[in-house]
Design a protein. Structure first.
Length: 404
């Protein structure tokens, strides 16, 4: 049974006043709040279990190594993958860079990379740089005016351009729209393209089964999944992952080093140079344990109820333009009010304790596509309730009156 009050009580940050008002946190697309178990796992690690991992012969180091590798298993289980297919990175950004850099020797000026205008900059710029290094062509999938993909058009586009690489988001960070990945990934696979899915936004809400999804690479950020900042992950189908050139080099990722030559460790260790963010990995496993202790279906249903409630209320305000698709959405509402500046709306809302984001959301090509400079984004997660929506809408109406 999904108990929203119990869930809210698990998140200490939600219990505070901001500007004298109860915090209404609607910025989970930027980063989620953390349950108490994640905060205590971090504290516990530094207070008691702190030691560097791997190679240490003392008890603390062995315990830290065990907890660290157990955490890899916990997160791998969440995605239904094996621990050897999971590389720790410092975020989704680094995970995409790792892949894009690792593919440099596999592409040339006959290659085509396909991305889309819906992407976060993190899933655009590394591919632009890869195209620059290799001479590959960089193309964008056609996007409908409303920011949704027409799947048939995308499939035709892929068949026409036969890409070597396809990188696409699972859900838009700006709009929340969920991509219908199946037909797009199938089309790419028919041409043996290497496929990367940016799961930074979707991994929390959709809890994807990655082998079933069928992409070669999937990236995510722990801090958008109730976990700590400074940690992300890269899933790679083992053969694809193993075929990437190493990204960073140094300690931890080596088997042997002489002054003349280095032998790397096996995948995934060869992609993890240097001392990892051990506390974050262990705390992230606590976040995953928290999530999986709840029923996936009831979390999703709750999130959709709150999203639909908010969408309906927002639609009722004259002068508001909503850019997000109201179907197949992870729970993000992007909007503007007449020609008011989104920063002004976000700043006024903050006075009421409402945390939303405004601007281009690291998706400038999407903003250009929509013909706007930016918008206000209210993004929801499992801990939001009806009262959050009511407070948000009431505050928004007051702010808009002030702006009129
Ligand atoms: N992709 C998407 C869709 C995102 O929303 C984000 C974060 N806003 C990223 C990539 C980059 O994630 P990070 O900053 O955690 O590396």
């Amino acid at each position: 049974m999904f108990n929203i009050e119990k869930i809210r009580a698990d998140f200490p940050a939600l219990q505070q006043l901001i500007n004298g008002q109860p915090l209404v946190y609607l910025d989970s697309a930027a980063t989620t709040q953390k349950p108490r178990s994640v905060i205590s796992a971090t504290e516990q690690f530094y207070a008691r279990n702190n030691a560097n991992v791997h190679r240490g012969r003392h008890t603390l180091s062995e315990q830290a190594t065990q907890a660290y590798e157990q955490a890899r298993l916990t997160v791998a289980n969440y995605f239904n993958i094996t621990a050897s297919e999971l590389v720790w990175t410092k975020g989704a950004t680094e995970a995409i860079n790792l892949v894009a850099n690792g593919l440099t020797e596999q592409l040339n000026d006959n290659s085509t990379i396909i991305i889309s205008a819906l992407e976060h900059h993190a899933n655009i710029v590394p591919w632009q740089q890869l195209a620059k290094r290799t001479g590959a062509k960089l193309l964008a999938l056609p996007l409908q005016q409303n920011g949704c993909f027409d799947v048939q058009t995308c499939v035709k586009f892929i068949e026409q351009h036969k890409p070597s690489v396809l990188a696409i988001t699972h859900a838009s960070n700006a709009l929340g729209n969920i991509t219908d990945l199946d037909p797009i990934l199938h089309a790419a696979k028919r041409h043996d393209a290497i496929t990367l899915v940016d799961g930074a936004q979707a991994a929390l809400h959709l809890q994807p089964n990655l082998p079933q999804l069928g992409c070669d690479f999937y990236v995510f950020s722990a801090h958008k999944m109730l976990g700590p900042t400074g940690l992300g992950g890269l899933y790679g189908r083992y053969d694809r992952l193993n075929s990437l050139a190493v990204y960073q080099t140094g300690g931890e990722m080596i088997e042997t080093v002489t002054l003349a030559k280095t032998v790397f460790r096996q995948t995934p260790a060869k992609f993890e140079a240097g001392t990892p963010n051990i506390a974050a990995v262990i705390a992230f496993a606590a976040a995953i344990d928290y999530l999986t202790s709840l029923s996936k279906a009831s979390v999703y249903t709750h999130e959709q109820i709150i999203f639909n409630y908010a969408a309906e209320k927002l639609q009722g305000i004259a002068g508001v333009t909503i850019y997000s698709s109201l179907e197949n959405n992870i729970g993000t509402l992007c909007f503007n009010y007449r020609d008011e500046h989104p920063f002004d709306i976000a700043t006024l809302l903050d006075g009421y304790g409402i945390a939303v984001r405004s601007g281009h959301h690291c998706a400038q090509p999407l903003m250009q596509h929509l013909g706007i400079n930016g918008c206000v984004r209210a993004s929801f997660a499992l801990y939001n309730n009806h009262s959050d929506v009511d407070l948000f809408i009431a505050a928004l109406q007051n702010c808009l009156e002030l702006l009129d």
